[in-house]
Design a protein around this ligand. Sequence first.
Ligand code: DC
Length: 218
Amino acid sequence: MMVVMGAPTIITLDGPAASGKSSVARSLACTLGIPFVSSGLFYRAATLLVLDCEVDLRCEDRILTLLRGHEVVLMPELGGNRVLVDDSEVTEQLHTDRIDENVSAVSIHPQVRTWVRTLLRQVPPPFVVEGRDMGSAVFPESGLKFYLTASPKVRAERRVGERSADLSAVAEAIRRRDWLDARQLKPAPEAIHIDTEGLTLDQVVQVLLQHVLVVGRG
Ligand code: DC
């Protein structure tokens, strides 16, 4: 663990699907000894509720009524995030093809985004938070913002490593999610862009840490 005096209390990390945001956020947060928050888990939990309750994915008002009727809690623990819905652990159910295929349709609704934003703003700093619009829309006051990129091919190869699946099917699924998520993906203008292609996880974290140290020295 590295204590960086003067480090920003909220560090945002945005980027497309499978750009390595979660692993990088977890590792950076762990090095700094602070929790990390994976904002996509709220969208994933909302999608799980919508699918399980068979609510029409296109019906924003019904989705919001459903969400207001349940308690979704994200536990930003040091090593990983857990999600509870009405006190039941659902973490394991959130990274499945069923959720991947439907989460973009849920997260496109402005009222769902406001619901997630409100929940995220209740998390007490310090933390590293990753998502699509953390630096631009949810935590514009963050003192340090990153935007991670990598080509669709490299992202597909990484995802195949995480879940045993066929490369071309994964590449197609990532292309589809890039297209569906395009409107949500909003890097802050001042975000520092990091191309992660050809870099290991540790190397990416080292690059980010250098920026944390620079801002900390202020
Ligand atoms: O980061 P992830 O793959 O867990 O995100 C799941 C989905 O949630 C992603 O397809 C788009 C949506 N999402 C979003 O719209 N805004 C965020 N800040 C995070 C995720």
